[in-house]
Design a protein. Structure first.
Length: 310
């Protein structure tokens, strides 16, 4: 396992400077293709939905246009539902879960809610299988005004016109073994801090908002996902990734204060999903299915509790 002392970029105890960020980026290599895996799928959805380009990355902009998929029959009197994936590009099932939800299930919500799905917010990171963007910035700590992450800033511009009308937001993520073998050691090295090993939970869990918790909503999503994959248990401290478990498979974070994607609106119902693709008890297909089920369960609960259920 990589540790802070052996991380190949930087000097222990000293934060990275610009040259070290460049050295880190030079180590990143493309392992899959955004155009083949994501853009090609989005093209197949154009006949059924509105596909909108909401930005492009300044790092190779022709290669990394940013797209969302919206309800074609948009009605201003309806609430909005936001689904985001690929904030961390390496978290594969979030990207493909968002796309599969649109392909197989989004039409059933037509006329009940306006859908906005941004399936791959960080396409460079998707190709590199990386957590950060090309500038060694974590987009999912950067959703605030004057964001240093262009991926986050583009999403904030996208949602600005309907930000106050979002009823439900589901942000799709994964927790992987590489969080401990690569990404947390890299974070410690970048910031000049000591790397303290953590524990990866085996299973699906949700991150609720500590400032506005919606436990019943989270529990409904957990119950639905439990039909397709296992729920992460608490560790020996009664925690998941260092946070107390407040109900099976549910922890709290201060979403807005941490600059997390799930905190970009004041939606009454919002959650961050976390699946574990490295589990011997779950396949990649199960992880994608879990993301899709989570989105559907979240939408169904929100609509049922606000008079929008048929």
């Amino acid at each position: 396992m990589t540790t802070h002392e052996t991380y190949p970029v930087g000097t222990p105890g000293r934060p990275w400077d610009a040259s070290e960020v460049l050295a880190w980026r030079a180590r990143q290599t493309g392992k899959r293709r955004y155009d083949a895996d994501v853009l090609s799928v989005i093209e197949t959805l154009r006949s059924r939905y509105e596909v909108l380009q909401y930005g492009r990355l300044d790092h190779d902009p022709d290669r990394y246009p940013l797209f969302c998929i919206n309800s074609r029959a948009w009605r201003d009197e309806l609430p909005c539902a936001l689904v985001t994936g690929g904030v961390h590009g390496y978290e594969t099932s979030g990207v493909h879960g968002a796309l599969r939800f649109v392909d197989r299930h989004a039409s059933s919500y037509e006329g009940r809610v306006n859908l906005i799905v941004a399936p791959c917010i960080s396409p460079w990171a998707y190709e590199m299988i990386q957590r950060w963007n090309p500038h060694a910035i974590d987009p999912n700590r950067s959703f605030f005004d004057d964001s240093p992450a262009q991926e986050a800033a583009a999403v904030l511009r996208l949602i600005a016109p309907f930000r106050d009308r979002v009823l439900v937001h589901v942000d799709l993520h994964e927790t992987t073994d590489t969080d401990e073998s690569e990404f947390r050691p890299a974070l410690a090295a970048r910031d000049g801090l000591a790397y303290l090993p953590g524990e990866i939970p085996d299973g699906f869990y949700l991150v609720d908002d500590s400032e506005r918790p919606q436990t019943e909503f989270q529990q409904a999503v957990i119950a639905a996902v439990a039909e397709v994959t296992h729920i992460a248990p608490a560790d020996r401290h009664g925690e998941i990734i260092g946070s107390p478990v407040i109900a099976p498979g549910i922890i709290h974070y201060p979403l807005k204060r941490l600059g997390l994607c799930a905190g970009i609106t004041d939606a009454a119902f919002r959650t961050t999903t976390e699946v574990y693709p490295d589990s011997p008890r779950a396949s990649g297909e199960q992880c994608i299915a879990a993301q899709v089920v989570a989105v559907c369960a979240a939408l169904d609960f929100a609509l049922a509790h606000t008079g929008g259920n048929r």
